[in-house]
Write a protein that binds this ligand. Structure first.
Ligand code: FAD
Ligand code: SF4
Length: 338
């Protein structure tokens, strides 16, 4: 039995004041990750600060033609919101590829960004894990590492970030709005999640005394040529082995602009601008896509049980870019799968 105190924040300022006053406190939103971590004794907050009543549940158009998503918008509401379905279908598709309908009803936008790795050893408190207990060692490097990373790993940690939503946010170049004791700031999605390096205990560049208030999407939504392709062991209720979000601007069969990001392969959504530049101005086709995939994976490193991910990622990139270029996204949203 873990004892903890419970408090409800009355507004964003109150939430920040409460979290800044107690370094062992945690915000709770949908609770779909945090409560599991507490039950498994991985996280032991002494105080939960309930933020679910804060006014952060709106999806609104911005003056610059983009969309601002409140941090408490549930994943289901976001995926089915008309602005998202019509203008950012890659995001709708990625969200609907994750978890289950019940979980998506509870899970919040901010919580999804901050969900923790699904590395087996992170949840197993009987084993060493540098992310859970810095300096204790990494059990995955020589252990069961089938779901672990192949890009951006370190000697301290080879965990992946498990979110589907964040892979689409990387392609859309989302901006994360946060508030702390010093006021508001904006963190580009590309800089939000960190690589493990020698501090794998830190997943993101959000400070412990900051709250996420919103996610802002710029106007460009790649609504015609996009896809989110998720490869996993089961067709639902499973995390990605490899996923690819892609958005292209096409001129006939020529690629004017390309963005794509990988999930399930690194400690953060993985984008490679050199590989994207390789696509610009070229005719869409398997040779072009394979060259881009080879570039992304040039430094990939497999471990005993996950080396298969390198070839899987190569093929998934080629298939995702093919689908996006042809405007045949096989989107979950198109199929109305809830
Ligand atoms: C069985 C299962 C399967 C799943 N499958 C998938 C999947 O396939 N793909 C996928 O992407 N996800 C999957 N998920 C994860 C799910 O999407 C996340 O658990 C969820 O998005 C977390 O959101 P939440 O609001 O419940 O967060 P919480 O559990 O409430 O919080 C998570 C963390 O975020 C912090 N936090 C929450 N909101 C804020 C805020 N506004 N500001 C600062 N800190 C905040 C909390 O303090 C906590 O540390 C799965 C989860 C489960 C349990
Ligand atoms: S990969 Fe990271 S999360 Fe997994 S055991 Fe190693 S240190 Fe822990």
């Amino acid at each position: 039995m873990i004892n903890f105190q419970y408090a409800r924040a009355s507004d964003v300022t109150d939430a920040v004041r409460r979290i800044a006053a107690d370094p062992t406190a945690k915000f709770i939103a949908g609770g779909t990750n945090l409560l599991d971590l507490m039950k498994d004794d991985v996280e032991r907050p002494t105080r939960l600060i309930d933020i679910t009543r804060l006014p952060l549940s709106e999806v609104e158009e911005t003056a610059t033609g983009g969309v601002r998503i409140g941090a408490l918008v549930p994943n289901s509401d976001l995926a089915w919101h008309p602005l998202i379905v019509q203008r950012y279908p890659v995001l709708a598709s990625a969200i609907l590829a994750g978890a289950s309908a019940q979980l998506r009803n509870m899970a919040s936008t901010g919580g999804n960004l901050l969900q923790r790795t699904r590395c087996l050893y992170f949840y197993d408190t009987a084993t060493p894990c540098n992310k859970r207990e810095p300096g204790s060692g990494c059990s995955a490097i020589q252990g069961i590492n089938r779901s672990n990373a192949i890009l951006g790993t370190s000697d301290a940690c080879i965990a992946t970030h498990p979110s589907d939503m964040c892979v689409a946010l990387a392609v859309l170049e989302a901006q994360i709005h946060v508030t702390g004791p010093g006021g508001e700031r904006i963190i580009p999605l590309a800089d939000f999640h960190r690589l493990p390096g020698d501090t794998p205990q830190r997943d993101t560049n959000l400070e412990a005394n900051e709250i996420i208030t919103a996610v802002e999407l710029p106007a460009q939504g790649f609504a015609t040529n996009y896809t989110y392709l998720k490869i996993r062991d089961r067709l639902s209720y499973a995390f990605a082995l490899v996923s690819v979000a892609a958005g292209l601007e096409m001129d006939g069969n020529t690629i004017r602009q390309a963005r794509f990001a990988l999930g399930g392969v690194a400690h953060k959504p993985w984008r490679d601008q050199a590989a994207e530049a390789e696509l610009a101005g070229r005719a869409a086709g398997p040779d072009t896509f394979r060259r881009a995939a080879d570039l992304v994976l040039r430094d990939a490193k497999g471990f005993e049980h996950n080396a298969f991910k390198i070839e899987l990622a190569r093929r998934t990139i080629v298939r995702a870019l093919t689908q996006a270029a042809q405007g045949t996204p096989q989107s979950q949203a198109d199929k109305k799968i809830a």
